[in-house]
Write a protein that binds this ligand. Structure first.
Ligand SMILES: Nc1ncnc2c1ncn2[C@@H]1O[C@H](COP(=O)(O)OP(=O)(O)OP(=O)(O)O)[C@@H](O)[C@H]1O
Ligand SMILES: [Mg+2]
Length: 252
């Protein structure tokens, strides 16, 4: 199977008060096209940092990341931003929506900015509305971004990340702000998207969420401590049970 992502000896160091903090230490792994990978691990272990580095949100200190065989650090700013708008989708809590636009306009913004998507504005709006309907937030389409709840905002982020039909989706705790049933609904959508061919890499603290992925990477102190393949043919409960046993072994 072809890889969509190849990460080789990735290092990320922050300098805080003249002190070096080595957050990622020689992390290497690959994601095959169509995979759905969960990143788990203790708070502060480097999960978000890893997601930002491999998705080109943040420059790495050393190492290499290949997206579809092309090195991210070899790309110009323009090329990188094109790849990020057209080929990648992002669900990051700290990624702000535009305050002067409605929820729907925020959702369709990446499509409006993309050169890949050639369709009328009417069609784009319809696709945006359809996504909002699927995620159960169509009633807030016309609201300002500060007139929605945290959970609705999170779903709006998901709609926005899907509007350009990305090849790969990166999500940092996509269900973090949601209760169990909303979380299950969001995961239903992500799993559907993944079945349609979109590769997904997500960070989660929730074993129920990870059990719906195809593989789990467990990070401790900026290193991959273990890796677990999930058999998605098995019933969800069986997957959850075996994953929980493995997580216990990992010291979760
Ligand atoms: N911009 C930054 N400058 C300095 N240190 C940072 C920066 N961002 C993160 N760190 C540090 O890097 C380490 C890893 O942070 P990161 O956010 O990747 O952890 P995480 O695994 O996502 O944790 P959580 O589960 O709490 O979200 C932490 O010690 C954090 O304090
Ligand atoms: Mg984090």
């Amino acid at each position: 199977m072809e890889n969509i992502l190849e990460v080789k000896d990735l290092c990320k160091t922050y300098i805080v008060n003249k002190r070096q903090i080595n957050v990622l230490r020689n992390v290497s792994f690959t994601v095959a096209k169509g995979e759905m990978v969960a990143i788990m691990g203790p708070s502060g272990s480097g999960k978000s940092t890893l997601l930002y580095s491999v998705s080109g949100m943040d420059r790495m200190t050393a190492g290499e990341v290949l997206f579809n065989g092309k090195s991210l650090s070899g790309m110009s700013e323009n090329e990188l931003s094109r790849v990020r708008i057209e080929d990648m989708g992002f669900i990051f809590q700290q990624m702000y929506m535009m305050k002067n636009l409605s929820v729907l306009d925020n959702i369709i913004l990446p499509a409006v900015k993309s050169k890949k998507i050639k369709e009328s504005r009417k069609k784009t709006v319809e696709r945006g509305q359809e996504l909002m309907r699927r995620l159960g937030i169509i009633e807030v389409a016309g609201n300002d971004i500060n007139e929605v709840s945290g959970g609705q905002l999170q779903r709006a982020c998901i709609c926005r990340s899907m509007i350009n039909c990305p090849e790969m989706l990166f999500a940092d705790e996509p269900t973090g702000a949601l209760n169990r049933s909303s979380s299950d609904e969001v995961m239903d959508e992500l799993v559907k998207l993944n079945s349609g061919g979109t590769s997904i890499m997500l960070v989660t603290h929730d074993a129920k969420v990870a059990a719906r992925c195809s593989r789990v990477l467990f990070i401790v102190d900026g290193n991959i401590k273990g890796e677990y393949n999930i058999n998605r043919e098995e019933p969800l409960r069986t997957r959850e049970r075996s994953l929980n046993n493995w997580l216990m072994e990992m010291g979760w």
